[in-house]
Design a protein around this ligand. Structure first.
Ligand code: GDP
Ligand code: MN
Length: 391
């Protein structure tokens, strides 16, 4: 799950990291009110930033400074289309007086099973560009899985990035990114730019300090259950409609490119089923695990999800009844077929708990069944190929 910049900044602040103040505005009027507040506090300009879940907002015109006309600038950004995303809200904050921009991120390195820190003095530009044009400009080091980012590691990183003038803050921020990763089970915490900014000091002189000017956080969806409240930060625009439907129905669903819709219980059986479809010469349209103990309504939801993919021209149902009762699934299939918008050939194999009852129901409803999984896969592939030829 990707977080909007404003929400990501909230998590950084909660972990004690330095982030300049901000407000979120949904209308130009709200943006003006926020701008006036920051001006009253001494800011001579505000920055207005589109809150959309894509990178490169600056280049796309979604980040603007406003001296007086905050309302007009916000009006121009709100409703803007940035890489296919409509801007529905903006972040408003006092404009930072930037001295230098750096890049600093913590990412989950699955291969090393550690958190990887990446830093670069070439901040403000997309890191992919730096990685391609100038890979040695990126410093990489792994945090310790038990001890986190050790102080000497953080100092080494800060020196290599050229941040020796802000050593203490740089160390605190680098360690803070690792703390943030762990506190929320994040996959990525990216600060780009991490910026040295000039600010008025207490005695009227200007001071320079290091702040997180932009923030991007992605969370591990599978760990959200451990963090009450974070689910509320999900942006409805981020998710594909089928992913949303699957999540709400409690189904594990991954869309693929083929033509044969698969409905299976259990992740291992779902993978085996996909292998057999491939071996029979077909291409699965999805991975779908209806889970253990699925009842009729869940089966109907799964069927609707499979059929929402226009490429699906055959369906293979493979259920191994344990806690899941075969007759419940059969009932769900019958209900789903009565409601479904289009008619697609379906092959059903149900074994295990209440398989005999299921067989009676399926026979009455004239479903095509198969005794073995090989037979089911072959029948589904044949049906799909026939449908493909006919189309
Ligand atoms: P992104 O393009 O989506 O990554 O959005 P950023 O928040 O990183 O902003 C892009 C760029 O706009 C930054 O790299 C800065 O150069 C500039 N920028 C962002 N905020 C400010 C600000 O408060 N003051 C100034 N002067 N420039 C800013
Ligand atoms: Mn950025």
């Amino acid at each position: 799950m990707k977080l909007q910049e404003a929400d990501a900044k909230g998590l950084l602040v909660a972990q004690g990291l330095p982030v300049p103040p901000w407000s979120v505005a949904h209308t130009p009027t709200e943006a003006r009110a926020a701008a006036e507040r920051y001006r009253d506090e001494g800011a001579d300009a505000v920055v207005i930033k589109a809150q959309v879940l894509v990178g490169g907002r600056g280049k796309a015109g979604g980040v603007k400074l406003a001296k007086g006309a905050a309302e007009t600038v916000a009006a121009a950004i709100l409703g803007m289309d940035i890489k296919g995303m409509t801007v529905r809200k903006v972040l408003v904050g006092p404009a930072a007086d930037i001295v230098a921009e750096y890049y600093l991120a913590a990412v989950l390195d699955r291969a090393e099973r550690r958190i990887l820190l990446m830093g670069s003095a070439e901040g403000g530009v997309e890191i992919e560009t730096v990685a391609e044009a100038n890979p040695e400009a990126i410093i990489r080091l792994h945090a310790d899985p038990a001890l986190g980012l050790l102080p000497f590691q953080a100092r080494r990183l800060a020196f290599a990035m050229g941040l020796e003038a802000h050593l203490k803050d740089a160390v605190r921020i680098a360690q803070g990114l690792v703390t943030t990763m762990r506190a929320y089970d994040a996959d990525l915490v990216e600060i780009n730019p991490l910026a040295v900014v000039r600010e008025p000091g207490a005695d009227g002189a200007t001071v320079e300090r290091l702040v997180c000017l932009d923030a991007k956080i992605t969370l591990d969806d599978s760990a959200l259950a451990r963090h009450p409240g974070l689910e509320d930060l999900r942006d409805p625009d981020e998710e594909a409609p089928e992913d949303k439907a699957a999540r709400e129905a409690g189904l594990t669903f991954i869309k693929l490119d083929g033509t044969i819709g698969c409905m299976v219980n259990g992740a291992g059986l779902a993978m085996a089923t996909m292998d057999l479809v491939k071996r029979a010469g077909g291409e699965p349209a999805n991975f779908l695990d209806i889970g253990g103990g699925a009842r009729a309504d869940k089966v109907a939801a799964a069927m609707a999800l499979i059929l929402s993919d226009p490429k699906v021209n055959a369906i293979l149902v493979n259920i191994f009844g344990g806690i899941t009762r075969g007759d419940e699934v059969a009932q769900g299939l019958i209900e789903a077929r009565a409601q479904q918008a289009r008619d697609v050939p379906m092959v059903v194999r149900i074994v295990g708990t209440n398989a005999a009852e299921a067989a009676v129901l399926l026979a009455q409803a004239r479903f095509e069944t198969a005794a073995t999984l090989d037979e089911a896969a072959e029948k589904a592939v044949a049906a799909s190929q026939a449908a493909g030829t006919a189309a």
